[in-house]
Design a binder for this molecule. Structure first.
Ligand SMILES: [Zn+2]
Length: 473
């Protein structure tokens, strides 16, 4: 009886699967701590015109991130640069701008449309934004509201997360589907129904997704062909159920072995190549992670990500790598069309679950993303890095308030992180005249490696991934 299972401990879940119901205990504390961030939401609504003359982008206030067709009475239009027109779903998939997917997690979700609006305003000519809401994470109205408000997003995805059923294949937290998640995503308990795939699609349609996903059950590396066959069979069924004007992405969930082992990788790539009825791919990869916010250094896995990205680029089939954080950014060099990240550690990579006992009274780590290092460090290391020669202060909207505030605001630090990654993604496009995206990423990585090799950093803060990345480029 899954409905009677107790919910996992919140402190475990914070690192892994973020559901609304796992967060109720921390909300009060979080609200206090994030007053600084919430003050932004109370700011007056301000608007900038959209290039096509057909609307206004709210850049601050409660509507931030939304595009309105007409200005509300008495509102202010800011006399700064206008915002670009949002490209259509299909143009974003076939266009030359990298796709930046923003995942809606449980924490501070209300702040996301705001940073997405900011990114669209300032970087929207170089990136296309996508919004991803996880269906088992919250009520449909809430998720639909998020997708509506984030109207700068060319892609709206409602991820069914059916892989949460695959505890035997993936390493998931105990009870990966919380008590309320069964209610939010009822299709998770009806897999035996003959119209199950339709139920999965309808749940995505109901909240306004414009790029539908196949169920995306995890592929078992121990029974490779059988699990590929079953995933593609479900995907074919989904394709047959799509209606005029709808678009479907092949959604796969892979334990990393599928990409790091050459035999499995070849089998997977052959299958993808063969099944060209799926012209968009959405592939989630689970790997072991030693430390939150640290990207993978596994050379075999990076090689697998590279081959997969190369194949999709060669075939002109956009590859989206959800929940990959800066590792997904790296994959842009090899032909991935886009990647995703969110506020929390769990959205920077789909990490294998490992039990970590939270010590009583232990404070959440204060993390800061260093753009020049392509790495997230402890805020104490930031002070060291900042006083080093050649350091360039971040110019995002959030940093002045983050460093002025007497208590560390995790929300402002996360907004800074999301904004900076968007900026780095834009730079890959802007600097692609020499050597394409590959050239751009290689230059950024080489600079980061050169610059950070001189820094007096503690072992925990050294950007060790840069050496393996440099090699893989
Ligand atoms: Zn910043």
């Amino acid at each position: 009886m899954p409905h009677e299972e107790p919910d996992p401990m919140p402190e475990d879940l914070l690192n892994w699967l973020e559901d609304e119901d796992s967060l109720t205990d921390v909300v009060d504390e979080q609200q206090l701590e994030d007053e600084a961030a919430n003050a932004y939401l109370d700011a007056e609504d301000e608007y900038v015109p959209i290039d096509d003359g057909k609307g206004y982008l709210a850049v601050s206030g409660t509507e931030a991130g939304s595009i309105l067709s007409a200005l509300p009475p008495g509102s202010t239009v800011t006399e700064t640069a206008s915002a670009p027109t949002v490209v259509s779903r299909d143009s974003s998939l076939t266009g030359d701008r990298p796709i930046y997917l923003v995942h809606r997690g449980g924490r501070n979700a209300e702040l996301l449309p705001w940073v997405m609006g900011e990114l669209h305003h300032k970087k929207g000519r170089s990136i296309a934004i996508g919004a991803v809401a996880n269906l088992p994470a919250a009520k449909g109205e809430k998720l639909g509201g998020f997708l509506r408000q984030a109207s700068v997003a060319a892609l709206r995805i409602a991820d069914p997360q059916c892989y949460r059923l695959d505890e035997k294949v993936l390493r998931l937290s105990p009870s990966p589907i919380g008590k309320r998640a069964w209610g939010y995503a009822p299709y998770l308990s009806t897999t035996e129904d003959t119209d199950w795939v339709l139920q999965v699609l309808d749940a995505q349609r109901a909240i306004g997704a414009n790029l539908l996903l196949t169920p995306g059950r995890a592929l078992d590396p121990d029974t490779p062909q059988a699990s590929l066959d079953s995933a593609f069979q479900e995907a074919d069924e989904a394709l047959a159920l799509t209606e005029r004007g709808e678009r479907l992405a092949l959604n796969l969930t892979l334990p990393s072995r599928w990409l790091s082992s050459e035999a499995l990788r070849n089998r997977l790539l052959d299958q993808i190549l063969d099944q060209d009825q799926f012209d968009v791919l959405y592939i989630r990869i689970q790997w072991a992670q030693a430390k939150a916010f640290a990207p993978t250094e596994d050379g075999d896995l990076l090689m697998g990500i590279k081959r997969l990205s190369n194949l999709c680029a060669d075939e002109g089939r956009p590859l989206l790598l959800p929940q990959t954080g800066i590792t997904g950014w790296f994959a842009l060099a090899h032909g991935a069309a886009g990647y995703g990240l969110g506020f929390s550690g769990s959205e920077q990579s789909f990490a294998e679950y490992a039990f970590r006992r939270a010590r009583k009274g232990q404070q959440q780590a204060q993390r800061y993303f260093e753009k020049q290092m392509l790495h997230t460090v402890d805020s104490s290391a930031h002070d060291v890095v900042r006083s080093s020669q050649g350091y360039v202060d971040c110019t995002c909207t959030y940093c002045p308030q983050l460093f002025r505030n007497p208590t560390w605001s995790h929300a402002l630090a996360a907004l800074h992180h999301l904004y900076c990654m968007g900026e780095l993604t834009a730079r890959v496009h802007e600097d692609s005249a020499r050597g394409g995206r590959h050239g751009a990423v290689r230059r950024i990585v080489a600079n980061a490696r050169r610059w950070s090799s001189e820094l007096p950093l503690g072992t925990n803060d050294v950007p060790r991934h840069l050496a393996s990345w440099d090699q893989a480029l």
